[in-house]
Design a protein around this ligand. Structure first.
Ligand SMILES: Cc1cc2nc3c(=O)[nH]c(=O)nc-3n(C[C@H](O)[C@H](O)[C@H](O)COP(=O)(O)O)c2cc1C
Length: 200
């Protein structure tokens, strides 16, 4: 293994304001959280999400108390998490910049959807993956940290992007079909290179 040396590193290190420290970690794909309850539906963007467990499949998403999504998710115990692609970057930002309380975002933004099962929130088109989730009630973490833990009860992916249980090699995925990674304020990184690390 090549030894890593960087003689100027000390000089380049700067303090990061704590309110922005999360941006150092927050490089996973931004998702869309769709919700539905009592005949009403909604969708918002969520960059703060993570896998928690392989089997049973569990994930966690931060859903702020200020969002209408939170009301619908708490009331229904369901959410569909979709993984948007560069194709719908503007839309992903838009659903994260306005509230469904002010009007149906699906209609206002012309969002195409596909039905999941009867009564479940919709699957958003222009995404490469969809996870139908049942919330596992954890009142303390929901209240204290806005974290919603959920079990994935069904999942689908666009075979052009994700096959045999994993993302295809990046060079096989058209740029518009690649995932969005939020840097803040509507700036996203789209994966541009894939490397293969070797064991030492
Ligand atoms: C790219 C992006 C990522 C976001 N990530 C989150 C998140 O992880 N958790 C959250 O609560 N809000 C997040 N937001 C903000 C919500 O999407 C935003 O408050 C939205 O308007 C809520 O909509 P609603 O009131 O219709 O539910 C994000 C916004 C953007 C643009």
């Amino acid at each position: 293994m090549t030894e890593f040396t960087d003689p100027d590193l000390q000089e380049r290190i700067r303090p990061v304001p704590l309110q922005q420290a999360y941006r150092l970690l927050n490089t996973g794909a931004t998702v869309l959280v769709a919700s539905a309850h009592a005949g009403r539906r909604n969708v918002m963007a969520a960059a703060w999400n993570m896998p928690l467990e392989f089997s049973p499949a569990r994930i966690a998403v931060v859903i702020d108390k200020s969002t209408w999504t939170r009301e619908l998710v708490e009331a229904s115990g369901r959410m569909v998490v979709s993984v948007p692609t560069q194709r719908i970057a503007d839309l992903a930002f838009a659903v994260g910049s306005r509230s469904g309380r002010d009007g149906d975002k699906f209609e206002a933004l012309g969002i195409s959807t596909m039905p999941a099962a009867e009564g479940t929130p919709p699957l958003v088109a222009g995404c490469c993956g969809w996870l139908d989730c049942r919330v596992l009630p954890e009142p303390h973490v929901q209240q204290a940290y806005d974290i919603f833990v959920a079990e994935v009860v069904a999942a689908w992916a666009d075979a052009r992007v994700f096959a045999d249980g994993k993302y295809r090699p990046l060079e096989q995925i058209a740029p518009l079909d690649r995932t969005l990674h939020h840097l803040g304020a509507g700036r996203f990184v789209v994966p541009g290179a894939q490397i293969e690390a070797r064991p030492a």
